[in-house]
Design a protein around this ligand. Sequence first.
Ligand code: NDP
Length: 331
Amino acid sequence: MAESFRAILVSRDENKKQSVDITQLTDADLMDGDVTIAVDATTVNYKDGLAITGKSPVVRHWPMVPGVDLAGTVIECDSGAFKPGDKVLLNGWGVGEVHWGAFAGKARLNSDWLIPLPDGLTAQQAMGIGTAGYTAMLSVMALERHGLNSKSGPVVVTGANGGVGSVAVSILAKLGWEVIASTGRTSEAEFLKGLGASEIIDRAELSEPGRPLGKERWIAGVDSVGSHTLANLLAQTSYGGAIAACGLAQGFDLPATVMPFILRGVSLLGIDSVNAPKQLRLEAWKRITTDLDLEKLEALTTTIGFDDIIPTAHDIIDGKIRGRVIVDMAG
Ligand code: NDP
């Protein structure tokens, strides 16, 4: 009999009512692909929370094994790109949305989607970073491409206690930026200062409708929140600055005016991690290994086992998760 492995399966009935089950699968159940991987570690991102709770239409193929990030070991690879035993990393590419993903003992994928596990990182550390951390790095790189650096002025990070936010705070602080961290959990100020934030502001200051232009408070920003928060960030950005927009934790709307763009030359930089080209991914992960302090990473990660994935997915949507979650598949 074929060896089976655990998996989370998100299904829909004929009335489109969603259910989530832990089930057993075999290799024969997996979707097509040219590489089969044993999943060593994964993580729970906000998007995985959306998939499991069904809060937003992240899943577009039914049934679905969710999980957008994995670190694993190659079992077999038909393309020749990898050999058995190679350690690999996957972020995005629609995995966990349209192609069965990481919340299973094994995954069968397209080898083009994979990059080698970066030197110096374990599978667990790579998942501590995950799509959230790699998106934080993409955001920092976008600000740098715009010509901004730690000498330019302060940077604001929203959703600072979340996955993207906490990694962004750590990276920016290590790069020497003065980091203003915006959070709804001001009780976590010491945690954020430990990651390197210089100033903590209450997200309530930014989350309500604001004026088209405000006092210039920062030259750059990493925003994982969207909506009024992003509009207020733009309105309070200094002349020539830029905000990297990567998330929608408050909302996907952007109730802003053009005033910051046309009167202060402010730029809005869009960040997508899912379909980012391979070269950019390789660069982002290389930068992560030099620009993220692994001790800080340890401070912002919590490790859980496979059975904790579903409750954690609900917690991340409820805003109860601080920093990043590592799922150790051996756990
Ligand atoms: P987390 O849930 O870990 O963090 C989100 C944080 O946003 C929360 O911790 C909270 O921070 C803040 N927040 C939550 N709700 C609200 C609200 N109503 N108003 C204001 N702030 C709020 O998620 P991630 O960090 O993993 O992801 C953040 C966002 O980035 C998500 O929207 C996700 O979909 C998006 N994303 C986009 C990617 C891309 O490719 N563009 C890749 C990865 C993520 P605090 O408690 O500090 O206030």
